[in-house]
Design a protein around this ligand. Structure first.
Ligand SMILES: [Mg+2]
Length: 400
């Protein structure tokens, strides 16, 4: 079997990859809904993989893997890797999880870091408690809910004099700096109010940064120890930070019982070695659509497990194709697996253009998704319906 074409269409705002073969089997993959600008980056790799046997996933991906980088520049390689697994699964008539070593569990736990009320309650203890109640009452019956505080989201810019660093209300401006005493106290009050709503039935995870200085990270982690948080995520580095700073994380995690988590922006297993071998964090959370793909995140899960570190994959904006990929690989992870972050469809029409077990709107029951055995990822694009959402320049997406 040989790869005959690599295509990329922007569907909604997802870069969606389609790889075709000389045997009529195709595979799909995608990147987050925040990255439509990656189309040229995906197509850059085409000449390197044409003619390869897509079932030799590792050999094919090795041709392009070194030309990727931390988020968002690991997405294209990752999306291609996922599409290769989809082909390999379909060709073998097997679900991807079976090619990755088989199921360790029949259903995978998911957590909510994504489904929130449309109108934010504001960054007050009352507002955050109200939002938390809404999230707790969802029919998914989530057993873990994640909320953004401090530098993640707008708490740092909405609360007056939250920190000493530069306050710039520009998109993607990296917030960083020492917290004021008022900022610190306010953060603790908000977290306590949220946990009050959840009680001990639902675990609370916090997305905190990046940009918190290590000393404040430790103060916050210690002050919140009594709440038995699931984890505090990306405090120092994280989302769109092109480096890791494992030693700073270790200074924090060594001195608190609150679990410390990072990793969604990191590309490749090699960049987890420091975090894992130094036991600098308690939980790692790569995104399969950023880290280099499904085999890559599986490798990291295994290596983390050898070091007593848990795994909770990132997934917020990965859409329904990403959801299918996350289910497949999460089913194969060792017992350090906690839950993955449930992505949802960026728009309701996504449910019209895909078919397969991943596309059930009520997929999540009691915070779990049952793992399906359909060949490949278990999600397919319906050509006629998808075409209604293709841009003019992507009209040939289904050709070949
Ligand atoms: Mg995060």
């Amino acid at each position: 079997m040989k790869i005959t074409d690599l295509k990329c269409a922007i569907i909604g705002n997802h870069p969606v990859v389609r790889i075709t073969t000389d045997e009529g089997i195709d595979g799909i993959g995608c990147g987050e809904a925040s990255k439509p600008y990656l189309k040229p980056h995906v197509l850059f790799y085409k000449e390197y993989i044409l003619g390869e046997d897509p079932r030799d996933v590792e050999r094919t991906i090795r041709r392009i893997r070194r030309m990727g980088a931390f988020k968002p520049w690991g997405t294209a390689v990752s999306a291609i890797e996922v599409a290769l697994w989809d082909i390999a699964g379909k060709a073998a008539g097997q679900p991807v999880h079976r090619l990755l070593g088989g199921k360790v569990r029949d259903k995978v736990r998911v957590y909510n870091g994504n489904i929130r009320p449309k109108t934010g309650g504001g960054y007050t203890p009352e507002g955050m408690a109200r939002n938390m109640k809404w999230m707790k009452d969802l029919p998914h019956n989530f057993s873990i809910i994640k909320q953004g505080i401090a530098f993640h989201g707008n708490m740092a810019t909405e609360f007056p004099d939250y920190y000493y660093g530069d306050v710039e209300l520009k998109e993607r401006f990296p917030k960083r700096g020492r917290l004021t005493e008022r900022g610190l106290k306010h953060t603790i009050e908000c977290v306590e109010a949220m946990k009050e709503v959840l009680g001990d039935e639902v675990g609370l995870a916090l997305d905190v940064g990046p940009g918190v200085i290590p000393q404040d990270a430790l103060k916050l982690a210690r002050a919140l120890e009594h709440l038995n948080l699931m984890w505090m995520e990306d405090m120092i580095t994280g989302d769109y930070t092109p480096f890791v700073l494992a030693d700073m994380y270790r200074d924090v995690s060594d001195n608190t019982t609150t679990p410390i988590h990072t990793g969604e922006q990191i590309y490749l297993r090699q960049n987890f070695v420091d975090l894992i071998e130094k036991r600098a964090v308690d939980v790692v959370g790569p995104d399969p659509l950023d880290v280099g793909g499904l085999a890559e995140i599986k490798w990291i899960a295994e290596y983390a497990d050898l070091h007593g570190i848990d795994m909770a994959p990132h997934g917020t904006l990965d859409g329904l194709i990403g959801l299918a990929a996350l289910v497949q690989v999460s089913a194969t992870m060792p017992q350090n697996y906690i839950a993955f972050e449930l992505p949802n469809a960026e728009a309701d029409w996504w449910y019209d253009i895909v078919e397969g077990p991943a596309t059930d709107k009520n997929l999540v029951k009691d915070s779990h998704i049952e793992v399906w055995d359909d060949p490949g990822l278990g999600i397919r694009l319906i050509e006629e319906e998808t075409k209604k959402h293709l841009r003019e320049e992507d009209a040939d997406f289904f050709e070949g």
